[in-house]
Design a protein around this ligand. Sequence first.
Ligand code: HEM
Length: 396
Amino acid sequence: MISQHMNRSTLDIVQNPYPFYEEIRSIHPVYKGNLLKYPGWYVTGYEEAVAILKDDRFQTRIPLPETTKKYEALKDIQQHMMLFKNPPDHARLRMLVSHHFTPHRIEKYRPFIEKIAKDLLNETKNNKKIEVISDFAYPLASLVIAKIMGIPDDHTNIFREWALNLIQSIDLTRSRRSIVDGNKTTLKMLSFFKDLIHTRRQSPENDLVSELIQQEKDWKLTEEELLATSVLLVIAGHETTVNLMSNSLYCFLTNPKAYHKLIENPYLIESSIEECLRYESPTQMVARVASSDVELNKIQIKKGDHVYVLIGAANRDPKQFSNADVFDITRHPNPHLAFGSGIHFCLGSTLARLEAQIAIQTILQNVENIYLVTKEVKWRKLVGFRAMKEMQVHLD
Ligand code: HEM
């Protein structure tokens, strides 16, 4: 179904959301409306987005409609994820996992990530044309999170379908059917992780799942929380990270001057990935609900109102970023919101940044010539995420 949003179809928005963001921002940076089928406040202003994400009167919530028995497993698992928890419960679950994702711990994975990236690229050497997501970004992200969590390599393929299904079931474009599919997927994932947790209980290994099991008592972690944390990390580690790598490459292939600048100045890799995060943010939207009446820049937001923070729009707000629509790998400072802000700031940001930097560097160092096979890539029908269906590139 194509629904109309300020005379734009969902498909137009999915292909290129930025003119739509600009249009609503020009009416008001905190726009009240019924866009994308859901009534609420649509936040496109940077300053306002930060204020909301840092204010705990705006709470995170489970992204499901009033549930029926049909979605019970999906609702139950989301209920135990830190992503959908508010203070004080949120801190316990986050602290349990956060020390596994510190820069010091993540840096240790650098040689492993570099090796996989190189191996994957070598495997494509005989093909002049590759599909970046299936042949490179997905297996790279998948093998890395599997290694951290302790998931056997031969299982990584099934996660692709699971991740796609779960993301579709939480996006605003979802249908009832996709929620039912998300529920089925949840049941499969639960069964998978129950088995894995059982095996690691018997014989622990040097991985995150084994460590979480060891900390269970000290942190008063329930079995449901252990399962929900595992599912959250695996889905987050797959979906958005794949999109960060493929979107980053897309930014460079559509901005050849920036690509050549990076080849000549390899030290720009960190600021380049920050600019990719800002320019084509893999997460485009996060949702909140007001837990009390709130006045924000003379706007009255009522208790119970839904608030949609359009990260992808805030990251292009001209009041915050000069030449916001220009891809500039030397941009400094670059305080983008691609990983969110406030207490739910992305736990995997250091890992995701490292993976994207290595992915782009590996291509840069090993490929002489690379270009997009089709001019216009197709994006998946999602409004909360910026994710390509596929990206064919020619390389030699
Ligand atoms: C290895 C990769 C990743 C892992 C393991 C991971 C994990 C997580 C976790 C556990 C949270 C919840 C934190 C909390 O509630 O306190 C989170 C939040 C978030 N992540 Fe990630 N993430 C990864 C990659 C990414 C990427 C590439 C992006 C996009 C650039 C991203 C964007 C976000 C955002 C925007 C939030 C905040 C959501 C909100 O405020 O509602 N993540 N991530």
